[in-house]
Design a protein around this ligand. Structure first.
Ligand code: APR
Length: 311
């Protein structure tokens, strides 16, 4: 019996649950939200899609954490978006309170889940969930790299005129503008991308990727959900299948790249235990400098959060 819980039945959470249900990898997908019967309704809707699309995943939902008991994996998408007049610190403290309370509620019903954090600001929310959980750092990590890499791959596929399936890439660092691009680790069916795309074009694509989230906010007036929801679902599916796939995840580094106790996007192997292995790349000096800059930016917010008395 395998079970995955998605907390937050908003745009990202509901999309994620829908992708998980379609994958037919888990026996049960539970959707939880604080907002009345929202999660119950969306879960029922996805369940009614099963006969049409042909999957067996049992969908349930509600606001009662008893539903989540015995989850193998929990995906946290709960949070509030930044509202006009809200400072970044206000957003951090509000969302950290939500992430901490969600984590504690989950642990009341499941002892040792794997937790994937999606709520923003991602790197610090992952820290908040890890700290509140008391779980091993191998079992609490964040989804950002899979999404950022997907955006990068989609832009490259458009430029090259090839299938996005054929583009393999890895990015490191924080989510957004502190992302560390690594074009020398990008290939198109094994061909180094630098042989197919001119440097100026590649640089432009990297810049667009860094601000990929903002581009969508400008278009839609709210943050994205299809790719973020699918990215979190892909991580959970791969963990459940025990595939040892390599994804960039936001993890707590313990001295790798000379970064200690900071949550930074890094390639890892994912399996049923969570993080099976941290893949250590031989970064060049300029890449390392960017990674350290990214880690410093996250550390500053982690320290600010420590000072807020939320954790
Ligand atoms: N417990 C459970 N659910 C909560 C809680 C809580 N304490 N607080 C808020 N929620 C729920 C809200 O009721 C809402 O349904 O979280 C959901 C968030 O949904 P949306 O507002 O639609 O936000 P969404 O676009 O899904 O983004 C969620 O993911 O990518 C990140 O930046 C994004 O932090 C944001 C998160």
């Amino acid at each position: 019996m395998s079970k995955v819980t998605v907390v937050g039945a908003g745009n990202v959470g509901a999309t994620c649950a829908n992708v998980l249900a379609h994958s037919d990898v888990f026996n049960e997908v539970v959707l939880i939200d604080i907002a009345g019967d929202l999660a119950k309704g969306k879960a029922l809707d996805i369940w009614q899609q099963a006969p049409i699309d042909g999957y067996s995943t049992r969908m349930t939902g509600g606001s009662d954490y008893a539903l989540t008991a015995g989850s193998d994996i929990v995906i946290i998408t709960a949070g509030v978006p930044r509202k006009p007049g809200m400072s970044r610190d206000d957003l951090i403290s509000t969302n950290a309170k939500i992430v901490v309370s969600v984590t504690k509620n989950i642990l009341q019903h499941t002892k040792n889940p794997i937790i994937i954090v999606v709520s923003n600001p991602l790197d610090v929310m992952t820290y908040a969930a890890w700290k509140a959980s008391g779980l091993s750092e191998k079992r609490v990590f964040g989804m950002a790299g899979v999404l950022d890499t997907a955006r990068y791959r989609a832009f490259l596929a458009e430029e090259i005129g090839c299938s996005p399936k054929d583009i393999a890439a890895i990015l490191m660092g924080g989510h957004g503008d502190t992302m560390v691009p690594l074009p020398r680790y990008t290939t198109v069916s094994g061909i180094p991308v630098t042989e197919l795309v001119k440097k100026e074009k590649l640089d432009a694509i990297i810049e667009r990727t860094k601000f990929g989230g903002g581009e969508l906010v400008n278009l839609m007036g709210t943050s994205a959900w299809y790719a973020p929801g699918a990215a979190a679902a892909q991580m959970a599916i791969s963990i459940q299948r025990d595939e040892n796939r390599i994804f960039p995840c936001c993890i707590r580094l313990k001295g790798e790249y000379k970064i200690k106790d900071v949550f930074v996007g890094t390639p890892v192997k994912l399996n049923k235990k969570g993080i099976g292995e941290v893949i250590k790349l031989r970064l060049k000096k300029d890449e390392l400098d960017l990674l350290h800059g990214s880690a410093n930016a996250v550390k500053e917010i982690m320290d600010a959060l420590d000072g807020m008395g939320v954790l």
